[in-house]
Design a protein around this ligand. Structure first.
Ligand SMILES: [Zn+2]
Length: 323
């Protein structure tokens, strides 16, 4: 059935899950089929590699693809990484340090392979076919475990001097703030990420604050999550609503810094925390307008439409446009 043209494989290696999919040259995700497995994090660099390779093998078998039908493979991975050399510089979860991911995949699949980080691919995908389609200058930010980002400027991924552009989570907001694993202090993601919100909720539970959040979590710190926070907000719980409004103000302030610096057409927000946007979007916009010197319209902030598939689409565009 799929024998008359060439295809692109896309691989999304994430901190918890690894997914693969097949795309036609004109950006159709074939059969809407995405194969997903758990990432073998902490199991060692070879185990993670074989797990990732196995996802591609599975997709190839699923579609009974012949080697010559595969025009290339696009890969998204957490960084820092060197997309030019195709090397993962350091991914602690994967136990990858200076891991030559592109060289390994090229040897195993005998095809072109392109690699970039999640933030850049998210920006690329939303700009090419998602919430910012057709715009020239697009920022992308995910708010989940951490806060990652990427920039498409003048229609191209902006990687910066050493490939490190887009580290929006590490804008330092408070020089006296808590230390960040990156070596700095008071970084944006220490306050605004899903992880940060979970930590705040756990501290408040310990302090005896009353909220439906803690009832829904049945008093178990490990059951506190963005999901129970969202549920409590739906029930009108003051604590949950207050926490999410605070999140909106923080995001607005962070985004204002980015707008003041780059004056993009739009920013696209993705990641698990944005599922609760109904409870923080107004505060986000108020705060953005307050701290931003640029003209902000209601359309300046958009939300991802590609969601869980954003990295796969980005990986597809990365490799197909390079060939
Ligand atoms: Zn940091």
């Amino acid at each position: 059935m799929y024998t008359n043209s060439r295809y692109y494989l896309a691989l999304d290696i994430g901190g918890t899950k690894t997914s693969g999919a097949l795309f036609t040259a004109d950006a159709v995700l074939v059969d809407d089929y995405v194969y997903t497995v758990e990432s073998q994090t902490f199991k060692g660099e070879e185990a993670v590699y074989h797990n990732s390779k196995g996802v591609l093998d599975h997709v190839i078998r699923h579609f009974a693809l012949k080697r010559e039908e595969i025009a290339g493979i696009g890969v998204g991975s957490p960084g820092p990484l060197d997309s030019k050399r195709g090397v993962i510089i350091h991914a602690p979860l994967m136990r990858w340090r200076n891991f030559p991911l592109v060289e390994r995949l090229k040897a195993d699949f005998e095809t072109a392979v392109m690699l970039d980080n999640d933030g850049n691919l998210g920006a690329l995908a939303e700009q090419r076919c998602g919430a910012a389609r057709g715009l020239e200058n697009v920022l992308y930010m995910t708010v989940s475990t951490g806060c990652g980002g990427g920039f498409v400027l003048n229609g191209r991924i902006y990687r910066g001097h050493g490939g490190g552009a887009g580290e929006v989570g590490h804008m330092s907001l408070d020089p006296d703030g808590p230390p960040c694993p990156c070596g700095s202090r008071g970084c944006f993601e220490l306050y605004a990420s899903g992880t940060a919100m979970n930590r705040m909720m756990r501290e408040d539970m310990k302090r005896g604050v009353e909220s439906r959040v803690f009832e829904l979590a049945e008093g178990e710190p490990e059951r506190i999550s963005g999901k129970v926070l969202h549920q409590a907000a739906l029930l009108g719980d003051w604590y949950a609503l207050d926490l999410l409004r605070g999140e909106g103000r923080l995001l607005g302030r962070g985004i204002a810094n980015l707008f003041n610096l780059l004056d993009p057409d739009v920013i696209v927000l993705g990641g698990g925390v944005t599922k609760s946007r109904a409870f923080f979007h107004d505060e986000l916009m108020d705060s953005l307008k307050k701290y931003c010197i640029q003209q902000i319209s209601g359309d300046s902030v958009r939300y991802s439409v590609l969601n869980d598939r954003v990295i796969l689409y980005g990986a597809f565009y990365l490799v197909s446009e390079s060939i």
